[in-house]
Design a protein around this ligand. Structure first.
Ligand SMILES: [Zn+2]
Length: 348
């Protein structure tokens, strides 16, 4: 059996300090290009600010709602990172929530949006991954709600919550409600597939394999042709996937399988963007396959990592446009692909 060694610290947590410095540097470079003076002092160390984000709901199909940050309308088309998107589904017997946001403030907003639509009980909470911006709000929801996770997500939270919270504070800032988070893991585990009948509407919870973490769950409402993805799909073009745990080939295969599973008219709610179409997934899939091809060719030619990053600047010209290109692509995705493909080559 091939054992996958994560190159980044969400699972291994072996080089967090180095990566914090790299990330914060990258965010500051990004902030420097967009802000100045006092504004920068406040927010130069966060990708988005959980204290200012406003969530809104949008009914996509009867009983199926996307919950998106209002900032996404401006930021996503410009290739800037936006806060978490999720949603909820209302049946005759209750509500299923997809992802609970980063903080109590945002989770309370999400509950408020549900209560604008229905008084039915919140019966299920699905976490698409262990990433804090998708599950830290769990503790704000009623105890009677059943938390649904993949076993790998449950295990990660059980083992690494304290480190993860420290990590998330470096990433999203202090004083944003992360200090107060109480971990709440699964009441119900989904290893492959589970269908939940909410009364008049069924919801499928599916694990397609590794996408961005070992525990990614996708939530699909077949009768309404709506899919919720979490982080594996950040947003439409020009947003890029964040391969924090590497494994781009598995991610590519998974995303291809997800796209193939959907009808042509499906609506997709990504992890950090606006509702999009099945065809909009193609940008992320093409990025992953081009990354693989270009990095594999560079290794074959004997290029160093630095030379390979440089090569991708022109070879992946069509995929530029994301504000975090210099960080997510050059500092996370290319090094991960380079190390993995180099290891695979030396194993032969
Ligand atoms: Zn996220």
């Amino acid at each position: 059996m091939k054992v996958h060694k994560p190159h980044f610290p969400f699972l291994s947590l072996c080089v967090p300090v180095l990566l914090f410095v790299t990330w914060i540097f990258a965010i500051q470079v990004h902030a420097d290009s967009n802000m100045s003076g006092d504004q920068q002092q406040d927010s130069d160390q966060v990708v988005w600010d959980a204290n200012t984000v406003q969530l809104k709901s949008q009914e996509l199909k009867p009983g199926v709602y996307a919950v998106i940050p209002t900032e996404a309308h401006d930021k996503v088309p410009q290739g800037q990172p936006a806060a978490t998107s999720g949603g909820f589904i209302v049946g005759e017997r209750g509500v299923l929530v997809v992802d609970t946001m980063l903080s109590a403030r945002l989770a309370a907003q999400l509950i408020g949006l549900i209560r604008e639509v229905t008084d039915l009980p919140i019966r299920y909470i699905v976490n698409t991954s262990y990433h804090g911006d998708h599950c830290y709000g769990n503790y704000v929801f009623p105890k009677t709600a059943c938390v649904v996770q993949h076993p790998a997500t449950r295990d990660y939270i059980a083992e690494y919550f304290d480190q993860d919270r420290a990590f998330m504070m470096q990433y999203f800032g202090r004083g944003r409600g992360i200090e107060e988070v109480i971990p709440r893991d699964a009441d119900l585990l989904v290893e492959n597939n589970l269908t939940i009948d909410l009364g008049g509407i069924s919801v499928e919870i599916r694990h397609f394999g590794f996408a961005q973490t070992d525990g990614d769950l996708f939530v699909y409402v077949p009768a309404r042709e709506v899919l919720f993805t979490g982080n594996p799909l950040i947003a439409k073009k020009p947003a890029l996937p964040w391969l924090l745990d590497g494994r781009h080939r598995e991610s590519l295969a998974t995303m291809q399988a997800v796209q193939k599973s959907l009808p042509a008219n499906a609506t997709i709610v990504p992890g950090h963007g606006l509702p999009m179409t099945r065809d909009d997934m193609t940008f992320t899939i093409d990025y992953l396959s081009t990354l693989d091809r270009v990095v594999a060719a560079a290794i074959k030619e004997g290029l160093t990592l630095e030379q390979t990053v440089e090569r991708t600047e022109t070879a992946l010209e069509d995929f530029k446009g994301y504000a975090l290109w210099g960080w997510v692509h050059a500092q996370i995705n290319v090094p991960a692909a380079y190390h993995e493909l180099s290891e695979a080559k030396s194993d032969r």
